[in-house]
Design a protein around this ligand. Structure first.
Ligand code: NAD
Ligand code: LMR
Length: 328
């Protein structure tokens, strides 16, 4: 077995982590021959709960789990790590929007962004805590880690969109491809059915019910997080953890030829998005592990309206946290 990969998970005593940790420790993400050392970050009040999670990790006897470090210090958690899963933050409750969390959770990503300077040169950072795109912007702007190593999670939205389209078309989920979710992980996101495909055909040729696509589909994806909260009494956790693993795998493995996946990364100005904003784009991963923003997708006037709506939302979020953006 090779040297352990060092992975930090913040919010390690929380709901999402309770699903993520066991899947990472089992070798599902980095492979059955790659040992993993987990650095678990929590606030002091959650250490008791976290000790129980650590007992359970031990009790799984995963051959790939090389060790666990538990800490309430970000500088310790991020020391020498190759992956940071930044989950730790407050979830919203019923009746709230994710952006209502911005001044509660945003400050967490100032100090943790700085602490990421202790990570390995090849670190990758995934921000999950909401509002995740703007929290990612904050972490990125407070860190010397190169911006291209940061991303935030649109994958749960992509997965939701694929499942809905597959259900409507009566096809397996794997038949749905080329699914871009533009913009923000919010109820203004635009899940792009115009450029998506089912069995290699445009979605609009397979599902000809345009009102369903423009209204039911888009609204259902946009509001799915709130629907889960209403039904479950707390926010999505297992599906979010699943999306974390999907996202991380998509960042490491070459994308299937011609296809793309969705994640939020720092804009380079593509599609008219302000450079520096963390925005959901269609991405491809190359064999060397680098990502490119897929260029040249066309958007109808109707879709561009949705796009501009979510772009403006992210501009507003940036304005609300401008005092937390040290480098801007
Ligand atoms: P949770 O309340 O169950 O767990 C969050 C954990 O974070 C808690 O244990 C808490 O003690 C810890 N925490 C709080 N502040 C911290 C800090 N400064 N450092 C380290 N840990 C800290 O919540 P959850 O269900 O696990 O959700 C976590 C976050 O993920 C929420 O903000 C939620 O809205 C978000 N989320 C995002 C997506 C997405 O697609 N981006 C999906 C689901 C949930
Ligand atoms: C989700 O999309 O399920 C999460 O972001 C949780 C939420 O607040 O909706």
């Amino acid at each position: 077995m090779s040297n352990p990969i060092r992975v930090a998970v913040t919010g390690a005593a929380g709901q999402i982590a309770y699903s993520v940790l066991f899947r990472i420790a089992s070798g599902q993400l980095f492979g059955k021959d790659r040992p993993v050392h987990l650095n678990l970050l929590e606030i002091p009040q959650a250490m008791g709960t976290l000790s129980g999670v650590v007992m359970e990790l031990e009790d799984c006897a995963f051959p790939t789990l090389a060790g666990v470090t538990v800490t309430d210090q970000a500088a310790v958690a991020f020391d020498g790590i190759q992956w940071a899963f930044m989950i730790g933050s407050r979830p919203r409750g019923a009746g709230m929007e994710r952006s209502d969390l911005i001044r509660i959770n945003g400050p967490i990503f100032v100090g943790q962004g700085e602490a990421l300077n202790r990570s390995a040169d090849n670190v990758r950072v995934l921000v999950v805590g909401n509002p995740c795109n703007t929290n990612c912007l904050i972490a990125m702007n407070n860190s010397d880690v190169p911006p291209e190593r940061f991303s935030s999670m649109m994958r749960l939205d992509q997965n939701r969109a694929k499942a809905l389209l597959a259900g409507k078309a009566g096809t397996p989920v794997a038949a749905v491809s080329h699914l871009a979710v533009w913009g923000n992980h919010s109820n203004r996101q635009y899940p792009d059915f115009e450029n998506a495909q089912i069995n290699g055909q445009p979605v609009t040729a397979v599902i000809t019910d345009l009102p369903w696509l423009q209204e039911t589909f888009v609204n259902t994806v946009q509001e799915r997080g709130a629907a889960v909260i209403k039904a479950r009494g707390s926010s999505s956790a297992a599906s979010a953890a699943n999306a974390v693993l999907d996202h991380a795998a998509a960042m490491m493995e070459p994308t299937r030829a011609g296809d793309w996946f969705s994640a939020a990364v720092r804009s380079d100005g593509s599609y008219g998005v302000d450079p520096g904003l963390v925005f959901g784009f269609p991405l491809r991963t190359h064999a060397d592990g680098s990502q490119e923003i897929v260029q040249g997708l066309s958007l109808s006037t109707w879709a561009r309206g949705k796009f501009d709506h979510v772009l403006n939302e992210l501009r507003t979020e940036r304005e609300v946290v401008k005092d937390l953006l040290k480098k801007s």
